[in-house]
Ligand binder design. Structure first.
Ligand code: AMP
Ligand code: ZN
Length: 496
């Protein structure tokens, strides 16, 4: 059994991870709403869960990772008055709603592939599970926790709260929640201010609608996750996750629905990732401060000083614990770019060191390295603390660099420690943190530096300083960069 502790937002403390079935993990993560492109904030959440998924696999668990696609019925708050985002967008762009869904689902997959995330085991869609959602609504009605008015079915929050604490996930009492919700959100037919729709009656012009026992309509947003997690992971499973912004409403409603239907809290561990912010404000579609990953990779955005590669961005995210906020800035990304390059170079050099069988000549150094390596496991087991894992790796980098430069002899550390170093760096960087080598993009600066060298060499030759001009050419040749003097006095540069 592993000694992994996870911060469980429902108990508000770290708990030892004990899966329902030893060796197996069932994990459900709320996926994207595909009526527009995902922004970098959304990506932070999916990359954080990818890291957790990877760590479970690294620990040897079999994982069923379910991440849904919300392609119907997403209403933000209750103010959309029965018009879902997909229908709205489809009407505006004169497209089939499914064309919208297809376009943004493909874009989402492409972006997550660039960030090197692993695909989930199952990626169910809301529109593909209408029957399951209707079944669940029927059962909740049958159990007495919902009521129907004019073809819309509402969940009765106050009735539910008389038996089970509705605000359990965010530790709020119903009275508090009621105080903060002043009106009925434009839906006067609801009985209670906190009641939410399980099924919504569709107006005749609504593009996506399905027959149900309550007439033509479409599902409320929250019911899809309850129905799909039940179908693929069972009434009770190990982990349910999403961004922190989902806890107060979406996940709170999911717990209430699942309890009302199956009489059990669906997930044992509730994990919430913190927000990516821009100048302290949450990055969101509605605030208009959302960078699209494509804008980041090309640098094509007024707030970006340059382009940043997908691995720089992933590394930037891994340097902060998933439960801390992470503020986006050019300085922070440029620091991450340098840090990633430095760490990756050390990793590549480390893999080239020749294996040996000797014992350690410097036992203090050897045991210090051992401690830093086992410390990486401890940090990861302490609620996936990737920030501290990377800090340990950076502590090891100077030793690797000195070993490469000959400052520390190869036999200073034992053959076993050297092998462990290689394995830990590979496993953590590639398997767990999900980083990969990047082809460095030439942004034009290399070319400028080479032109500068051509000029310095030309000046040296003019002064008959052939030693300097030869040194420049020979050093470049040893790096695989050929400088050829042409008959007309020009210089051609080629790469080996
Ligand atoms: P949405 O497509 O809006 O339903 O969001 C998809 C996921 O991204 C959800 O888990 C959200 O909690 C998460 N999310 C939204 N905004 C941010 C943000 N600024 N930082 C991190 N995660 C976010
Ligand atoms: Zn969900």
């Amino acid at each position: 059994m592993s000694s992994l502790s996870i911060y469980n937002s429902i108990s508000r403390k770290k708990e030892l991870f004990e899966p329902l079935t030893p060796g197996y993990v069932g994990m459900y993560v709320c996926g994207p709403t595909v009526y527009s492109d995902v922004h970098l904030g959304n990506c932070r959440t999916f990359i954080s869960f990818d890291m957790m998924y990877r760590y479970f696999l690294h620990l040897g668990y079999k994982v069923r990772y379910v991440r849904n696609i919300t392609d119907a019925g997403h209403l933000e708050g209750d103010r959309d008055e029965g018009d879902d985002k997909f229908s709205k967008k489809a009407r505006l762009e004169q497209l089939e709603p499914m064309e919208i869904v297809q376009r943004y689902t493909l874009g989402f997959h492409k972006v997550l592939e660039l960030f090197n995330t692993l695909p989930p085991s199952i990626e169910p869609t809301a529109t593909g599970h209408i029957a399951e959602q209707i079944e669940m609504v029927k059962k909740i009605l049958h159990n007495g926790y919902a009521y129907e008015i004019n073809g819309t079915v509402y969940f009765d929050v106050e009735k539910y709260n008389r038996e089970k604490p509705y605000g359990i996930l965010t530790n709020r009492k119903l009275e508090e929640l009621l105080e903060n919700t002043r009106d009925l959100g434009g839906q006067e037919e609801k009985k209670g201010r906190l009641d939410f729709a399980l099924w919504i009656k569709a107006k005749p012009e609504h593009l996506m609608q399905w027959p149900s026992p309550w007439g033509m309509g479409f599902p409320g947003w929250h019911i899809e996750c309850s129905a799909m997690s039940k179908k693929y992971l069972g009434n009770e499973f190990d982990i349910h996750g999403g961004g922190m912004d989902l806890a107060a409403t979406h996940h709170t409603n999911e717990i209430a629905q699942s309890q009302a239907c199956n009489h059990v809290n669906p997930a044992r561990y509730w994990i919430h990732t913190n927000m990516l912010t821009v100048n302290g404000a949450r990055m969101s579609k509605s605030a208009g401060n959302g960078f699209l990953p494509g804008e980041l990779f090309t640098g094509n955005h007024p707030l970006l000083e340059k382009a940043y590669s997908p691995m720089t961005v992933r590394f930037f995210m891994m340097q902060t614990h998933y439960r801390s906020t992470l503020d986006f800035s050019n300085e922070a990304l440029q620091a991450a770019e340098k840090g990633f390059r430095r760490l990756w170079e050390a990793y590549e050099n480390l893999q080239k060191f020749a294996a040996h069988e000797a014992t350690a000549a410097d036992t203090a150094l050897d045991s210090n390295l051992q401690q830093l390596l086992t410390g990486m496991d401890d940090h990861m087991n302490d609620d996936f603390n990737t920030a501290k894992v990377l800090a340990n790796m950076f502590e090891i980098v100077p030793t690797i660099n000195s070993m490469r430069d000959g400052g520390i002899p190869a036999n200073a550390i034992s053959g076993a420690t050297l092998q462990q170093l290689k394995d830990y760096f590979k496993n953590y960087l590639e398997q767990v943190l999900g980083l990969r080598a990047e082809v460095q993009q030439d942004d034009g600066r290399l070319n400028s530096v080479l032109q500068l060298l051509v000029e310095i060499r030309k000046e040296a030759r003019a002064k008959k300083d052939y030693a300097t001009s030869d040194t420049i050419r020979n050093r470049l040749t040893s790096m695989g960069i050929m400088m050829k003097d042409e008959k007309d006095g020009s210089v051609t540069i080629s790469f080996a």
